[in-house]
Design a protein around this ligand. Structure first.
Ligand code: AVJ
Ligand code: FE
Length: 437
């Protein structure tokens, strides 16, 4: 039981669905039809696939599963099933054309909003309806694809299609400590109360975590440059064997989108080339690069449990918060989320977002690689479909925490778990490091 008034949840679902659709529209209207159907990278779907897939998931879970409606276009389900076709193969499928995809997604949305208005969300309902779970899940799904589409925008060649104001600067002359101390002892990990928490965040359970130190901010580009300049990419000692193989095979020498020209490090960011900023969290590094940097620095990546304890545990009350700053939802003063800015804020920004341990920028800015494999919590139950989380559990995927500037706030919280392959670099991922106390 979430204890939240169903009418509040209905309003929240509406706001989250509308916010997601505003962003989806911008991401798909800011390039021409040729770019919507093109493949900008074999790692990504054409943008027009994401658009119709968003509509198709919404149709399946809201209109059909919750509403009991007939399929609008049953013949397209297979095209938009992520497990039937690899991303690389999607451009050659008979996909809906841009105009059809837009019409389909907005047709589904119109009916879904009617359904939201008419569906009882109280405790006595079924598991999809209760507390508006299916509506919250679908809003999260669209916001996750908005992040995926922003990755496609970052990978596309050509001049900028999107712009955004700079994120806030760190305030005053406050010197942030380089690391914070988190005392040892048990804490509550995961959640059984958050109404729209996804299956992999459940259930709440106790975890014992030994005392450790954690970087107060994500590792910056400037710090990462010292690793590069110390021949970090050329020194096998720092690398996991598969990471070293990746470095050799692809000749890696810096984060994705960086290059060195006339003695200066530059990066390409949404169609603009600019100097690498020293004190901004580093982005576009794989798990292997994060892990190698940590070893070079004489440190290690935090485990997922350490990350969550530093972010949520309140030593005064002994309970775990929804967010580092407390239980209140994110605001623009607390975290860099939702594509308001198209880059992370400098280390030390968002003082109002800090955790009781004193760590900053845990939520928003950059996804943070952890040392941990993506595994189920004790008592995990797949819901509502095995393909959301369960099929990805295992040593192949590493957990990322905290969300990036690109993810919407409904899909980001202290318990939210993301995962990816350790070789992936196109995602908006950075990291921070830890050490035993
Ligand atoms: C949780 C971000 C890994 O993008 O593959 C979207 C989210 N799942 N559609 C992904 C998701 C189904 C997922 N991640
Ligand atoms: Fe999806």
């Amino acid at each position: 039981a979430s204890g939240i008034d169903p009418e509040v949840l209905r309003r929240r679902a509406l706001d989250a669905l509308l916010a997601a659709r505003d962003r989806t529209t911008l991401l798909t209207d800011s390039v021409d039809d040729g770019e919507l159907t093109a493949q900008h990278s074999p790692l990504m779907s054409p943008l027009v696939w994401d658009l119709a897939h968003i509509g198709n998931q919404e149709e399946q879970w809201l209109l059909r599963a919750v509403g009991g409606r007939e399929a609008i276009r049953p013949e397209i389900d297979g095209l938009y099933n992520a497990f039937e076709h690899s991303r690389a193969s999607r451009p050659s499928l008979p996909l809906l054309a841009p105009t059809e995809a837009r019409t389909y997604a907005s047709d589904v949305r119109g009916r879904a909003l009617e359904l939201l208005e008419g569906t009882p969300l109280h405790e006595g309902g079924g598991p999809l309806e209760r507390a508006g779970f299916a509506f919250g899940m679908i809003a999260q799904h669209e916001q996750q694809h908005d992040e995926t589409m922003l990755i496609t925008h970052q990978l596309r060649a050509g001049p900028a299609a999107l712009t955004a104001p700079a994120p806030p600067e760190p305030v005053g002359k406050e010197v942030i400590p380089s690391e914070v101390f988190v005392p040892g002892g048990p804490f509550t990990m995961g959640t059984s109360a958050e109404p729209w928490a996804l299956d992999n965040e459940r259930p709440a359970h106790r975890r014992d975590v030994a005392a450790f130190h954690l970087d107060a901010s994500p590792v910056t580009c400037g710090a990462y440059l010292r690793f590069i300049e110390d021949d970090g990419y050329g020194d096998e000692r720092w690398w996991a064997p598969d990471g070293w193989a990746m470095v050799r095979e692809h000749g890696l020498s810096a984060p994705l989108f960086w290059r060195r020209e006339a003695g200066q490090w530059l990066r390409r960011r949404f169609g603009v080339t600019e100097p690498v900023p020293d004190d901004e969290p580093v982005l576009h590094v794989s798990w292997y690069e994060a892990d190698a940097y940590a070893h070079w620095a004489g440190r290690r990546l935090p485990t997922e449990a350490e990350w969550e304890k530093a972010a949520r545990h309140d030593p005064v009350s002994g309970r775990s918060r929804r967010y580092p700053w407390g239980d209140e939802d994110p605001t623009p003063e607390r975290a860099n989320l939702g594509q308001r800015h198209l880059r992370p804020a400098r280390a030390g920004a968002y003082p109002l977002g800090r955790s009781p341990s004193g760590a900053g920028q845990l939520i928003g800015d950059v996804w943070e690689w952890t040392a941990s494999d993506f595994l189920p919590y004790p008592g995990f139950v797949a819901f509502p479909y095995r393909e959301y989380s369960e099929v990805f559990f295992g040593p192949g995927h590493k957990v990322l925490r905290g969300g990036s500037f690109a993810v919407g706030q409904v899909a980001c919280r202290g318990t939210f778990r993301n995962w990816d392959l350790p070789v992936r670099r196109q995602i908006f991922a950075g990291f921070r490091t830890a050490r035993d106390a």
